[in-house]
Ligand binder design. Structure first.
Ligand code: HEC
Ligand code: HEC
Ligand code: HEC
Ligand code: HEC
Ligand code: HEC
Ligand code: HEC
Ligand code: HEC
Ligand code: HEC
Length: 502
């Protein structure tokens, strides 16, 4: 495309957009405008090439003179007010500043720069160059090189979101690193059908961004990093999320994009009897094998956890933020960010979450039930714990009954030959029941005997109903009976349904 010497000419700002559109934009989904005036003052020599603001009062970055699309998104984010929050807090100290200003933090620059070396107010706030690095060379000649941002995150990295979003006051990286979202299942990331959920790069693209970042074309897969869930520029959804969490629509909810894979048996797959991230469908009453003839409609049994009573669905329980006050001193000790994605994490004596894979007693105070309380939810932590154990005891009991029956029907289990045989395309009643049993027990080996905790929280009513209906149909189909003897399973099912929504 034609390029104009950006530092030489002078035109009125109103003409800029028009000129930009006449020249055409360079990137597919971004408007870049050719600017024809000396739009930035040379940065101080000590700045190491960081440009910062063109007009601080208007939050207009030098970059934003050309990248007007990104500029108009970014200026509405919290990053654009970071300096004001720091000063407004009344507790600003010099060591706070480099995370609230343009500096070496967040980018590849290894020496101090920007605010750190100049204390010039053009570097106030978390601007483009925090993530993209110094832009002087690029602004002077956009074609020569581009400051591409990084998507990787980790405590051992001196770049990316994590360089600022860490520490006891906001340990996002610490918690995220301890969560399974920081892990990659290698063989799954490498396969095309699995990559949309198991390879960070593919997820970012799927969530609508074609933008360039350093790792975009790496063969090494990214995990579910910050920018998979968070848009680095736009605040279209709360907390800069790429998709909302304040919605009860499974189609649009962020978490359901991945946590919704094999939610019903698939006779055409060798893994067809194993649920695969079934949580979303379970929450809204659509997961599992619905025995033909059983009085359960798809989506009919949806408890309050999957209803408007819980407007953020997964996020209410799985992103539980809270601060822990140090009992000894009364001083602020720690801020849990919810980025362990654990709804009821084990906590130490002072209430600080102890990582993801911990296995403590289910009862509070060994675990915190903070996420279950407040608003229209459970009155207190003990009440939430009681409700969960009551549901899980019932579900575990029914799962055990069903297992007993299935062992009679097919002592061989899921091995080839017999009623339960994933390699045989003929779908049997026993296989449907087997799937429902696996759905009840899905996830969380960490809970040991309490392995039905997830399903008990997600949809205890549907889980009970499916197990009851499965027991009923297996007894009928195969003429078997377990130690309970004759039970009116239809009546049991109606009793479960009567409890929904109460
Ligand atoms: C003088 C106008 C101008 C300024 C100022 C400017 N850019 Fe650019 N930028 C461009 C143009 C034009 C391109 C496309 C370059 C190309 O591909 O040849 C570009 C490309 C980019 C790209 C790569 C986009 C891609 O598709 O890979 C990034 C990232 C970028 N700019 C960031 C910045 C940042 C950060 C700043 C501020 C430090 C900045 N730009 C300042 C004009 C500008
Ligand atoms: C390691 C980088 C880093 C340092 C050092 C740092 N901050 Fe922050 N600060 C952050 C990040 C990241 C956030 C955003 C956290 C969030 O949104 O939960 C933040 C948020 C804030 C907020 C806004 C909180 C709100 O209401 O949302 C204030 C105020 C603040 N910091 C003040 C300070 C003060 C005062 C200091 C020094 C005593 C300090 N920060 C040191 C990174 C830092
Ligand atoms: C230079 C330090 C720094 C870097 C790098 C940085 N942040 Fe922040 N971030 C902050 C600070 C400081 C705040 C708090 C701003 C405020 O509340 O005034 C913040 C706030 C946020 C918020 C809170 C928005 C809200 O509405 O609650 C989100 C989300 C966020 N950052 C995500 C990211 C992501 C994603 C990245 C990487 C792509 C990133 N940040 C990189 C310092 C940083
Ligand atoms: C919190 C970190 C962060 C901040 C602040 C930030 N960016 Fe980015 N930017 C990124 C990341 C990460 C990507 C690549 C991933 C994406 O956009 O989805 C990116 C992508 C881009 C691209 C590439 C677009 C394309 O189509 O390839 C441009 C241009 C860009 N940013 C410009 C800017 C400008 C201009 C600003 C300031 C107004 C800014 N960025 C602020 C992190 C950031
Ligand atoms: C799996 C998706 C996901 C990933 C990965 C993720 N987040 Fe978040 N984050 C969320 C959700 C959802 C919320 C909003 C929680 C809510 O509304 O209750 C959030 C909220 C935030 C907030 C705002 C918190 C506040 O109230 O101030 C910040 C800051 C943030 N995340 C930073 C990060 C950083 C940094 C990373 C990477 C280390 C990261 N996130 C990774 C989903 C994610
Ligand atoms: C881009 C896809 C993706 C998104 C979006 C996503 N996840 Fe995940 N999640 C995964 C993958 C993949 C794993 C398993 C990673 C592994 O085991 O290596 C996982 C694991 C988890 C786990 C741990 C499961 C266990 O083993 O106990 C929880 C809890 C979780 N996610 C909750 C959430 C919540 C809540 C959200 C929404 C805020 C969310 N996820 C959004 C892909 C995603
Ligand atoms: C729609 C998104 C999605 C797709 C597509 C997907 N998965 Fe998953 N997978 C997940 C989620 C989410 C989890 C986390 C498990 C959970 O929900 O508890 C997971 C978990 C796993 C695990 C267990 C990880 C662990 O740490 O225990 C393996 C293995 C796995 N997936 C392999 C695959 C393979 C192989 C494929 C492709 C054939 C695939 N996945 C396709 C979303 C998906
Ligand atoms: C009412 C609270 C609540 C809601 C809503 C909720 N969960 Fe859970 N979830 C739990 C509890 C409790 C566990 C079991 C304890 C644990 O894993 O830490 C769990 C377990 C999980 C697990 C581990 C595997 C499994 O299935 O047991 C994943 C993954 C998960 N939830 C994802 C989600 C997703 C995705 C959503 C939204 C579609 C969601 N959860 C909604 C409370 C909830």
């Amino acid at each position: 495309m034609t390029r104009i010497d950006v530092r030489r000419l002078l035109v009125l700002p109103a003409a800029l957009v028009l000129l930009g559109s006449m020249l055409g934009s360079v990137c597919e989904d971004e408007v870049i405008v050719e600017v024809e005036r000396p739009f930035f003052e040379d940065p101080p020599a000590m700045a190491v090439g960081f440009l910062g603001y063109d007009e601080e009062a208007a939050n207009l970055t030098v970059c934003g003179n050309c990248h007007i699309g990104v500029q108009s998104e970014w200026e509405d984010t919290a990053h654009a007010d970071a300096w004001q929050s720091l000063i407004g807090s009344g507790s600003a100290q010099p060591f706070c500043e480099n995370c609230h200003a343009v500096s070496q933090n967040g980018n590849l620059t290894e020496t101090d720069g920007g605010w750190a070396t100049t204390q010039d107010s053009r570097y106030h706030d978390v601007q483009c160059e925090n993530c993209h690095g110094p832009g002087e060379a690029h602004a002077n000649n956009p074609d020569a090189s581009q400051p591409i941002a990084q998507a990787s995150v980790g405590l051992d990295l001196d770049t990316g979101c994590g360089e600022c979003h860490q520490g006891t006051h906001h340990p996002f990286v610490e918690e995220w690193e301890a969560s399974p979202h920081s892990g990659v299942v290698g063989f799954a990331a490498a396969r095309e059908s699995c990559a949309p959920c198991h390879r960070g790069q593919t997820s970012i693209e799927r969530f609508g961004s074609n933008a360039d970042y350093t790792e975009k074309f790496d063969s090494e897969p990214l995990a579910v990093v910050c920018v998979v869930c968070h848009d680095p520029h736009a605040d279209n959804n709360e907390h800069q999320l790429r998709l909302p969490v304040n919605t009860t629509s499974i189609e649009t909810h962020l978490c359901s994009q991945c946590h919704n894979r094999r939610t019903a048996p698939d006779p055409n797959s060798s893994h067809g009897l194993e649920p695969h991230s079934p949580e979303s469908a379970l929450l809204i009453g659509e997961a599992g094998w619905f025995p033909p003839g059983a009085d359960i409609g798809l989506g009919q049994i949806r408890g309050s956890h999957g209803s408007d009573a819980n407007p953020e669905l997964c996020a209410t329980c799985h992103l539980s933020e809270f601060t822990v006050t140090d009992a000894a001193t009364g001083g602020f000790a720690f801020s849990a960010t919810g980025h362990l994605f654990r709804p009821i994490p084990c906590v130490d004596a002072s209430g600080i979450p102890e990582g993801f894979e911990t296995d403590c007693d289910l009862a509070p105070p060994a675990r915190t039930y903070e996420s279950c309380t407040g608003g229209p939810c459970h009155g207190d932590q003990q009440a939430a714990f009681s409700a969960l154990t009551a549901a899980s005891t019932r579900i575990q009991g029914l799962a055990d009954e069903l297992e007993e029956l299935l062992e009679e029907v097919d002592p061989n289990g899921e091995d080839p030959g017999g009623e339960i045989d994933p390699t045989n395309p003929t779908f049997t009643v026993a296989e449907g029941a087997f799937f429902n049993h696996a759905l009840a027990l899905f996830g969380n080996e960490d809970f040991g005997t309490f392995s039905v905790i997830g399903s008990s929280a997600h949809n205890p009513f549907l889980m009970e109903a499916l197990l009851i209906a499965s027991i009923d149909v297996v007894e009928e189909e195969y003429g078997v009976m377990n130690s309970l003897g004759v039970v009116d399973w239809d009546a049991e099912l109606q009793m479960v349904k009567a409890r929904v929504g109460r």
